[in-house]
Design a protein around this ligand. Structure first.
Ligand code: SAM
Length: 337
C-alpha cells in the first residue's frame, strides 16, 4: 500500500514497533537496572495496556497509511499472555508484508512453535554474551545463557531462518565477546548485529566512554574473520552490513551513536499503553488510547496519526551530545527499542 504521508524531513511512515508489555523477566544493567526497576516499580496496570483488539485496530489504520512492517517488542513480549493470538490477528492485516518479534529468547523453547503457527515469519533474539558469567552479570537475574541458546536452536528447528541475533556492546563489560559471538553465529542460519550502547531512558547512567564504536567492532572481527561490505537492502535499513569472506553468512553494525541514521528513520513506536512516539529518544508520546476508548472512528484516529507524523522533526541521534544525554526520555522498557 502506498501513501503520500511524509514528515517535515520527507520521511515516510513505513515501520511500526508495538510494545505489548512494559514488563520484563531480565534486569539488564543497561536497560532496566534493578535499582530503578525493583519491587516498588509501578508497572502498568492491566487496564492501561492496549488489548489485542485495540492493537490490531491501530495496526490496520497504520497499514492504511503506508506502514508495511510491524515489529512486536516490550518489555519482554513473550511475557504477554496468548501472544500468538495477537500474531495471528496482525498477520491478517492487509498491507503488512513483514511481521517480526524481538525477544530476549528466554521463552523460545515453549513459544517458537505457537508463534510460527500463528504466522510469525521472522525473529530477532537479543543476546549480549556467550560466556555465562558475563551474560548473567548483564541480565542481572542469573538467567543462564544455555537456556537462550536452546531457545534459539528450537526457533531454528521450528523453521525461523535466518534468525537475527542482536548484541549490545558495552565497553569493559562484553567487548571480549564480539569475536566469539561472530564465530558462533557465522553461517547462513543467523544474521548477527552489533548495536552501539545508547543513551536511551534515564536510568542506565550512559557515558560516551562506554560506547564501543561500530568501526572498532568491525575492525576487531576483521582481524579474526575476513569481512567485505554488503550494500543496503532498502532505504531505512538501520544496520551496515558485512559478509564473511569465507561464505559463512553476514553481520551488521547499528551505529546509532557514531554514525546516526535519522535521515532515513521511517519508524513510529506504539507504547504498551497506547502512546505514539516518533523517536526512540523522545520524552513524550501522543495518547491514542483515550480517543480509541472514547469511540473515535478509524477516520478520526487516522487523522490524529497523520497530524503527528506530518509534524515530526525528530533527529535526536544527529544532535546527540553530553548535554542531550541527560534530557528526560521515555524508558526503553516502555517503548521497546
Ligand atoms: N525484551 C526484548 C529483547 O530483549 O529483545 C525486547 C525489548 S529490548 C528493550 C529491545 C532491544 O533493546 C534489546 O536488543 C536490547 O538489548 C536493546 N537495548 C536496551 N537498552 C539499550 C541501550 N541502552 N543501548 C542499546 N540497545 C539497548
Amino acid at each position: 500500500m502506498t501513501s503520500d504521508l511524509l514528515d517535515q524531513l520527507h520521511r515516510p511512515l513505513r515501520d511500526l514497533r508495538i510494545s505489548v508489555t512494559d514488563r520484563c523477566n531480565f534486569r539488564c544493567r543497561y536497560c532496566m537496572p534493578k535499582e530503578s526497576f525493583g519491587h516498588g516499580y509501578d508497572f502498568l496496570p492491566k487496564n492501561e495496556v492496549l488489548s489485542f483488539e485495540e492493537i490490531t485496530r491501530l495496526a490496520e489504520i497504520f497499514a492504511a497509511l503506508g506502514t508495511d512492517k510491524i515489529r512486536l517488542t516490550g518489555g519482554e513480549p513473550t511475557l504477554r499472555r496468548n501472544l500468538p493470538v495477537l500474531v495471528s490477528q496482525l498477520a491478517a492485516v492487509r498491507g503488512v508484508r513483514d511481521l517480526t518479534l524481538t525477544t530476549n529468547g528466554s521463552r523460545l523453547v515453549e513459544e517458537s512453535a505457537p508463534l510460527r503457527a500463528a504466522g510469525l515469519r521472522r525473529l530477532t533474539v537479543s543476546l549480549d554474551a556467550l560466556d555465562d558469567g558475563i551474560f548473567q552479570a548483564m541480565n542481572d537475574v542469573a538467567f543462564p545463557v544455555h537456556r537462550v541458546l536452546r531457545g534459539i536452536e528450537t526457533a531454528r528447528e521450528t523453521g525461523f531462518a535466518p534468525i537475527k541475533i542482536n548484541m549490545v556492546v558495552k565497553r569493559g563489560v562484553n567487548e571480549d565477546q564480539i569475536v566469539p559471538m561472530a564465530q558462533h553465529f557465522s553461517g547462513p542460519a543467523y544474521i548477527l548485529r552489533f548495536i552501539e550502547y545508547m543513551d536511551v531512558g534515564n536510568t542506565n547512567g550512559w557515558r560516551t566512554e562506554d560506547v564501543v564504536p561500530a568501526e572498532e567492532i568491525v575492525a576487531r572481527i576483521a582481524e579474526n574473520l575476513p569481512l567485505e561490505p554488503v550494500a543496503a537492502n532498502y532505504r531505512g535499513e538501520v544496520a551496515r552490513r558485512y559478509r564473511h569472506r569465507d561464505g559463512g553468512g553476514e553481520i551488521g553494525v547499528i551505529s546509532s551513536v557514531t554514525q546516526p541514521f535519522c535521515g532515513d528513520c521511517t519508524r513510529a513506536r506504539l507504547s504498551a499503553d497506547g502512546r505514539l512516539f516518533t523517536c526512540l529518544f523522545a520524552n513524550s508520546g501522543v495518547d491514542l488510547r483515550t480517543p480509541l476508548r472514547a469511540g473515535a472512528s478509524d477516520a478520526e484516529l487516522s487523522s490524529l496519526i497523520r497530524g503527528v507524523w506530518r509534524a515530526r522533526t525528530d533527529r535526536y541521534s544527529e544532535i546527540r551530545s553530553s548535554e542531550t544525554a541527560s534530557m528526560p526520555k521515555a524508558e526503553m522498557s516502555l517503548l521497546g527499542g
